[in-house]
Write a protein that binds this ligand. Structure first.
Ligand code: GLY
Length: 569
């Protein structure tokens, strides 16, 4: 009976939506095609700043870093120099560089710093002086330019400094973010001075936001280098404020910060090579793990026959991977993260647990091979850039949740992150994204909190880059990247469709498939009948991506869920 029902549905869905559904009224994002270079970001001013650098002869790394620094001004609720980033670069000579600009816990941080009277205090890890780790973005951008770029940091800072000094007109979504956080932003005088008109009126859509202090901070870094930020006036101003307000970030913490070079994770999927970011991100590990699990199924054939089954298998693979994430993942400089998580045999074993007709009860994490010995040596935005020389870049940058800790230390203009909330502050206590963690991601001095940021680059069987993709949205970053890879490789969708299509997500805890509204109703009903809990979410993140089309042209896509821009020439 069910099969009869589904064969009819398949005919209807597969033709237009494949397994995942693009609602007929969906727009396909800001899409551009070009021959020589491409950049896609969530804000037209940042994309334009990147294009200007490329036109002047800069490469994709120069453009991506310039765009990232501009976003820190015009999209500061999501990312900025008070936060961190992960950068993945495929240079024209074929080499890969992975730069870890993740924030670091201060030296005075400790395992139970967010526990009072035996109870977790998530407010303190999310808002105010204790919520911030040492920001890593500035050091990472400098390292990226030094190793793989051609322009100076001062040049890359310039468009952002200009936008901060001259101001820009804020959008509906920016005004909404300010309004949503107005109580916390109002609590901190430095933030109040930037985001309020008079004392009580949050800045509204259509108004011009001028950030004089932030412009000065950008100019000072441009003139005096990152020393000014990590060992100079910026570090002194922030740590003095912290001391006065119960924070623990010191000048010594700033001085000790280094962006780190990491070894990218390289795995394969149906003849392609997938290059991802290693710990302290969980992104690369679990993108590889889910693809390894799904490689055991002929997804395309299954989706053509039964879109529900393809959706179910994918959600189950997400769930199994996130159960492992909760237990095993953390900063590999501090704890043992097994390499076996990306092992093909282990994935086969996990795939064997999946039942196409019913949900599998995943009570706990799995045990990858050699988990004790073979270990890794250790709200957000994504920028994708590529150039004709063969430089392909993904930068995912963040202050964590909207406006990070909500703190702007007076005189700096810089929104400080609340990345301490990405640690597991107490066993079983979900963080702002509902993620639970274990000992491997507990707080420790100098440790980097676990991330889901997943800048990913895919190469074809000849080693030619064909896709750079990444996203914003906490744990939904991982599943967004997977959706784009699955939709382009398995389902043959064009990149704009792959990004626009309604998404679904499973992160093991809570035990539920969250899905975007456009996902076909019969799929949602079907998931329920297979035993899934389901919940609708208004938006499952924001993806930016660039692909090489068979005709040799680059296609860039900025997610239609926000008003970003892709542009190239
Ligand atoms: N702060 C979000 C992440 O790094 O996953």
């Amino acid at each position: 009976m069910r099969h009869l029902h589904w064969s009819l549905l398949c005919m209807i869905f597969v033709a237009s939506w494949m397994a995942f559904g693009v609602s007929p009224e969906a727009s396909f994002g800001d899409t551009a095609t070009a021959e020589h270079f491409m950049i896609a970001t969530v804000h037209p001013l940042a994309t334009d700043a990147g294009v200007e650098v490329l036109r002047a002869g800069g490469n994709a790394v120069d453009a991506a870093v310039t765009a990232a620094l501009t976003l820190g001004v015009v999209d500061g609720e999501n990312s900025g120099i008070g936060g961190g980033c992960l950068i993945l670069i495929r240079s024209a000579d074929g080499t890969f560089t992975a730069i870890d600009g993740r924030e670091t816990a201060p030296a005075a941080a400790h395992r139970d710093m967010f526990v009072r009277d035996g109870k977790p205090q998530p407010t303190a890890s999310q808002t105010g002086p204790l919520a911030s780790g040492v920001p890593g973005a500035v050091a990472a951008y400098k390292l990226a330019l030094d190793r793989c770029g051609t322009i100076s940091l001062a040049r890359a800072l310039d468009p952002g400094a200009k936008a901060a000094a001259e101001g820009f007109v804020i959008s509906e979504s920016y005004a909404k973010a300010v309004a949503g956080e107005r109580h916390h932003l109002h609590d901190f005088p430095g933030s109040r001075a930037v985001f309020f008109r008079g004392d009580d009126k949050p800045i509204a859509a259509g108004e011009r936001l001028v950030q004089t202090d932030l412009a000065n901070t950008y100019r000072q870094i441009g003139s005096h280098g990152i020393e000014w930020f990590y060992r100079g006036e910026f570090a002194r101003t922030v740590s003095a404020w912290m001391k006065e307000h119960g924070g623990i970030l010191t000048t010594a913490d700033f001085a000790a910060y280094d962006a780190k070079l990491r070894e990218p994770i390289r795995s394969t999927y149906r003849g392609y090579e997938v290059v991802g970011f290693p710990p302290p991100s969980s992104g690369g590990v679990h993108v590889a793990q889910v693809l390894n699990i799904l490689e055991n199924f002929d997804l395309r054939e299954i989706a053509e026959r039964d879109p529900l089954e393809a959706t179910h298998l994918t959600a189950e693979a997400f769930k199994l991977a996130f159960a492992d994430r909760a237990h095993w993942l953390g900063d590999s400089d501090f704890v043992s993260v097994p390499r076996g998580l990306t092992d093909k045999q282990y994935a086969k074993q996990l795939a064997g647990k999946i039942d196409g007709r019913w949900v599998v009860d995943v009570a706990a994490h799995g045990e990858p091979p050699n988990f004790a010995q073979d270990v890794f040596g250790r709200h957000t935005t994504h920028i994708a850039a590529a150039d004709g020389a063969g430089n392909w870049v993904g930068i995912t940058a963040t202050v964590n949740t909207t406006f990070g800790s909500k703190v702007i230390v007076p005189g700096t203009g810089v929104i400080l992150n609340n990345e301490m909330d990405d640690f597991s502050i107490f066993p079983g206590m979900p963080n702002a994204f509902g993620l639970v963690g274990a000992e491997n991601n507990s707080v420790a001095a100098g440790k980097r909190p676990l991330s889901s940021m997943s800048p990913t680059i895919v190469l074809d069987s000849h080693g030619k880059p064909v896709l750079t993709v990444g996203a914003a949205g906490g744990p939904k970053i991982i599943t967004q990247v997977l959706h784009v890879i699955l939709r382009t490789i398995d389902y043959g969708q064009s990149l704009d469709l792959a990004v626009a299509g309604s998404r679904f997500h499973h992160q093991w805890r809570p035990n539920c498939v969250s899905y975007e509204k456009g996902l076909a109703e019969p799929i949602v009903d079907g998931l329920r009948t297979l035993g899934h809990n389901v919940e609708v979410v208004s938006s499952a993140g924001r993806t930016q991506a660039i692909a090489l089309r068979p005709d040799g042209k680059l296609i860039g896509v900025a997610d239609p869920r926000v008003s970003g821009k892709a542009a190239g020439e």
